[in-house]
Ligand binder design. Structure first.
Ligand code: AMP
Length: 305
């Protein structure tokens, strides 16, 4: 089933305790669609790039069967650029530079052929733009949205308005606390779900994720990645794996959403092993399914009498 992905397509500069790279492909829509492409063959990307966007990067997306009819090329400027630095605790990063460039004028126009998408991934962009996307699509089965502290603090009203139209919100633990004003994550989840999204995923970085759907809570384990190199894009990659699986199976039942959370975690665990989206370029089905089984094995709790 078709998956519509809207978000940033970028170049990033990244510094981690393990190395530094001045310019590498990035952006929420890039990570989302590359990750989802390992499951779904019907991915439609909407975003904008500038005159400097390399053919090599277009080809990478095309080689993953990502449809780029909705990728605008704005020749009047350069591609969005973001630069970040991670510290020894990789959960903390500083944004060193954000050059919006052509992203400043981004107006998400959804091509006619994308409007009947069954699944919609709203990457982390301004909430009013996310809502504009929803104005153009017909009646998706599942709308999943990401956001960040910047919008929670900067445009709370627009964010709350967009949330009323979303089925599932994916945020991290600090964002859940900030959005709800509630330190306890389970109480925070109730408050966030009361704002609109019937389901919620709270990511806890290297400590796993919580899925709230219907009356169920599912606690997904963390995968012990030994070689964490660069966490950039892990959140988007998680969402891409999650939605790629849901779109491929066309099943939003609670049991299938649990599987999707694990596939999201599997993809994120690969993403962090190399710089930027490098590790997402050439994964095999075997690597992905082996790691899914490893996740299962890790979380088996023995019975007691
Ligand atoms: P994540 O690590 O999952 O939060 O995603 C990192 C990606 O988000 C990077 O590749 C950046 O290019 C992109 N990014 C950073 N800041 C923004 C922003 N303000 N709007 C859109 N995308 C951004």
């Amino acid at each position: 089933m078709s998956l519509l992905v809207v978000g940033s397509v970028a170049y990033d500069g990244i510094e981690t305790p393990f190395g530094k790279i001045d310019r590498i492909l990035g952006g929420s829509a890039t990570y989302l669609s590359l990750s989802a492409s390992y499951f779904s063959r019907d991915i439609n990307l909407v975003g904008v790039v500038g005159r400097d966007f390399a053919d090599e990067d277009i080809n990478l997306l095309k080689n993953h069967d990502i449809d780029l009819q909705g990728l605008q090329v704005d020749e009047s400027g350069d591609t969005f650029f973001w630069k970040g630095k991670y510290h020894f605790d990789l959960n903390n990063r500083d944004t060193l530079d954000t050059q919006l460039n052509v992203f400043e004028r981004f107006d998400p126009v959804i091509p006619a052929g994308y409007r009947d998408a069954r699944y919609v991934a709203l990457g982390n962009i301004e909430p009013s733009l996310q809502e504009k996307v929803l104005d153009q699509v017909q009646k998706p089965d599942l709308v999943v949205m990401d956001t960040m502290n910047f919008w929670i603090e900067g445009t709370p009203d627009a964010l709350k308005q967009t949330l009323t139209r979303v089925d599932l919100l994916v945020i991290n633990d600090s964002e859940a606390r900030e959005l709800s004003g509630e330190p306890n994550l389970f109480k925070a989840a109730d408050k966030v779900r009361a704002m609109g999204p019937s389901s919620l995923i709270i990511k806890k970085g290297e400590h796993g994720a919580l899925l709230f759907t219907g009356d169920e809570i599912f606690s997904a384990p963390a995968f012990p990645v030994i070689d964490i190199f660069d966490p950039t894009g892990a959140g988007d990659t998680f969402m891409g794996g999650f939605l790629g699986w849901v779109a491929y199976t066309n099943d939003t039942s609670p049991t299938n959403l649990r599987k999707a959370v694990i596939f999201g975690s599997v993809m994120a665990s690969f993403c962090v092993e190399k710089f930027g989206p490098e590790r997402l370029k050439n994964l095999t089905e075997k690597e992905i399914y082996d790691r899914y089984r490893e996740f299962r094995r890790l979380s088996q709790i023995p019975e007691v009498d």
